[in-house]
Ligand binder design. Structure first.
Ligand code: 6PG
Length: 260
């Protein structure tokens, strides 16, 4: 059963995501002595990152024991308007005492294949590689967004899976290059939260969560993590979801909690 938490609006969603990050950070450091957090790109998570930079939440996180990663990056320099790293640095990373060497950005300024190989090498050093080729350890928390076409990270509709790669260059429909983590490494996460906001995502959200399984066309359906996958969405994005309840025919079961 897929768990969906709905929030009244984008602000409430941002607060809930920020609080969740702080909770998982505290839990991870208490359990393992560190917090491995993979950030989502795009625009949706920015308010949550900004909220997390505020004192009441930032103080709860042991930044000295935190490592930050990126689920994908646009192939642009780190100071470019489109850079996911730049967005996160402005909203959060530059506002908190996180050691710079613990911010593992994807080198968007490099040739995409080289940037992908370099990032995979870094991940393998930190996470270890199991006998089956997957990461031995997973991120403690993986945040993901979803596009209005059902993509996530930079796993786009129709893109081929590369079963052996952890990081891969991909071309967006606009023709621009991206570097993305693949399901092989994303699925190793202990906790996954998709964060989706706005009416423009309502159709895709209903297809991904309540429609037939079409992971090639709807890459957000490819994420089947070892850990728990939950969706944190605002009311506008949730407006086309069917009522919660047991699965009906091909419609998967949804466990929806409405937060007022
Ligand atoms: C990116 C993201 C991408 C994003 C979705 C949603 O680099 O753009 O990784 O997967 O999460 O496209 O983007 P918005 O949050 O801007 O709607």
């Amino acid at each position: 059963m897929t768990r969906v938490d709905t929030f009244p609006d984008a602000d409430a969603l941002a607060r809930a995501v920020a609080e969740l990050v702080a909770e998982v950070a505290v839990r991870s450091v208490a359990r393992d002595g560190r917090f491995l957090w993979c950030l989502a790109g795009g625009s949706t998570p920015r308010p949550a990152y900004e909220r997390l930079a505020t004192d009441d939440l930032a103080r709860r996180i042991d930044w000295d024991r935190t490592h930050v990663f990126f689920g994908d990056e646009r192939c642009v320099p780190p100071d470019h308007d489109d850079s996911n790293y730049r967005m996160a640095a402005e909203a959060l990373l530059g506002q908190v005492p996180l050691p710079p060497e613990q911010v593992h950005r994807i080198a968007g300024e490099r040739e995409p294949e080289q940037a992908a190989r370099d990032y995979e090498r870094m991940l393998e050093t930190l996470l270890g590689r199991a006998a089956d080729g997957s990461p031995r350890l997973g991120f403690d928390l993986l945040l993901l967004g979803m596009g209005s076409d059902g993509h996530t990270a930079s796993l786009f509709p129709g893109s081929e899976d590369e079963p052996a790669r952890w990081v891969s260059p991909r071309r967006a429909s606009s023709g621009s290059w991206r570097v993305t983590l693949t399901p092989l490494v994303l699925d190793a996460a202990r906790e996954v939260r998709f964060v989706v906001s706005g009416p423009g995502k309502a159709g895709a959200l209903a297809e991904v969560l309540a429609g037939p399984r079409r992971p090639r066309e709807l890459p957000a359906q490819r994420i089947e993590a070892r850990g728990e996958v939950r969706w944190m969405v605002d009311r506008q994005a949730a407006q086309e979801l069917p009522p919660a309840g047991p699965s009906r025919g091909t419609v998967p079961a949804l466990d929806v909690e409405v937060h007022r």
